[in-house]
Design a binder for this molecule. Structure first.
Ligand code: NAD
Length: 420
């Protein structure tokens, strides 16, 4: 599952998932093998000058998993635990995420083994620029387009765009997405993940017989994805937000709170905990809260074999990557609680990244309303595709999403044929 940090090797997990779907859709040995191998992998070891004048060699990776459907797309992660197998798995999952929402990309991922919390802005800039130079030969708007991931942000993307452009001798905004608006970033990108999530919740609620107006919602992880989803479900769909949490703990209010006020309170105090009029709850209690919709929007591995049976929600939407373990999936499926899997529920982010790239290469920028309208179309259509596959095959939404995605990649591979 995307983002899983369970002790299992994440790339082995990714390959097992491919086998499960390959069995379901009857794939033969050759194509199955292609799907289980990254197309291109680059490891780079490079020196960076630290603030004290010394040099340290860092190791970074860029893996382009499959480009049958178009240029590859995926974030760059800065973390001490980055490994080649993790980057391979994340690149595979990006391939499926882009295919689920049917945007014309393959999947990629990059990472640098480093501890960004212990590095100065100057050190991070030098690391980023050198890493960008090292991978410059395999990225580009027509080849592979990086984006932010864990501990990288719009500033990191601005440095990569500048470094790549310096090497080319002209500005190339389409080489990365998630850029500042001043450099060709897209309107609506910052809230795209939460917005996309709110659209699929609306669609799934209709099928689950839940009336979103007045429905109760609990959000674990009141950060970018979680708070935007809560705000939009509240403002645009009339949902009642009854629980929210962050690393310091959670809050509950049976008749609901204004998520904007909670956001402001968190901004001021550093946490949602202590929000006036709310009752304190733990993150574990939040997952088991009586609410119609549960949105895990924090970390991976939250809903497990131990607590899945106590989930009371009627619908779970994974704004986070990998919040539900496979054993929990089975329990929720048995309990008939539909789960909107991460590759669908948080794909609004990569979808608006695609819009950003499309705008950059045309040099023609869209107003916010157009970005949101097109995002809505993509999310509604993608939800319908996944739902149809789940019903046709009698499987849960996660397997259905993988079936839809892998079938699309296989169709592209077959249509192209094997070169030469
Ligand atoms: P963020 O840092 O803005 O927010 C994360 C929130 O989760 C913070 O409020 C943090 O306090 C809280 N949190 C962390 N650990 C927690 C814990 N143990 N219990 C409860 N809360 C905890 O990050 P984000 O960008 O909103 O990302 C959240 C999740 O969404 C991640 O899994 C990320 O991979 C996924 N995601 C985000 C995007 C995006 O565009 N932002 C796109 C795709 C997927």
């Amino acid at each position: 599952m995307p983002g899983s940090n369970s002790p299992a090797n994440p790339f082995e997990t990714a390959k097992q998932q491919i086998d499960i779907v390959a069995d379901l859709i009857g794939l033969n040995g050759g194509i199955r093998e292609v799907l289980k191998h990254p197309k291109r992998e680059l490891t780079v070891n490079f020196p960076v000058r630290l603030d004290d004048g010394s040099f340290r060699v860092f190791t970074g990776y860029r893996v382009q998993y499959n480009m049958a459907r178009g240029p590859t797309k995926g974030g760059i992660r800065y973390h001490p635990q980055v490994s080649l197998d993790e980057v391979r798995a994340l690149a595979a999952w990006m391939t499926w995420k882009c295919a689920v929402v049917n945007i014309p990309y393959g999947g990629a991922k990059g990472g640098v083994i480093c501890d960004p919390k212990r590095m100065s802005p100057g050190e991070l800039e030098r690391l980023t620029r050198r890493y960008a130079s090292e991978i410059a030969s395999i990225i580009g708007p027509e080849v592979d387009i990086p984006a932010p991931d864990v501990y990288t942000d719009s500033q990191t993307m601005a440095w990569i765009m500048d470094t790549y452009s310096m090497q080319k001798g002209y500005s190339v905004p389409g080489v990365v997405t998630g850029k500042p608006i001043s450099l060709g970033g897209s309107e609506g990108r910052a809230e795209a993940t939460g917005r996309g999530c709110s659209y699929v919740v609306r669609e799934a609620a209709k099928d689950a017989g839940i009336r979103v107006k007045g429905a109760t919602v609990a959000v674990q992880g009141f950060g970018n994805a979680g708070s935007v989803a809560a705000n939009l479900l509240h403002d645009e769909q009339g949902a009642t937000i009854v629980a929210a949490s962050d690393t310091k703990g959670g809050i509950y209010k049976a008749d609901g709170f204004n998520p904007h006020a909670v956001e402001e309170y968190k901004h001021k105090t550093g946490s949602v905990v202590g929000f006036p009029g709310s009752k304190a709850i733990s993150n574990e209690e939040l997952l088991e809260t009586k609410a119609d919709v549960l949105i895990p929007a924090a970390l991976e591995n939250q809903i497990t074999g131990k607590n899945a049976d106590r989930v009371q929600a009627k619908l779970v939407a994974e704004a986070a990557n990998g919040p539900t373990l496979p054993e929990a999936d089975k329990i929720l499926f048995q309990k008939k609680i539909p789960v909107l899997p991460d590759v669908l529920a948080n794909a609004g982010g990569v979808t608006v990244s695609y819009f950003e790239w499309a705008q950059d290469i045309q040099g023609f920028y869209w107003p916010l309303a157009q970005v949101n309208e097109r995002l809505e179309q993509v999310m509604v259509r993608s939800y319908a595709d996944v739902r149809k596959a789940a019903q046709e095959r009698g499987v849960h939404n996660r397997t259905a999403a993988y079936v839809v995605a892998i079938q699309r990649v296989v169709d592209a591979i077959r249509a192209r044929g094997f070169y030469p």
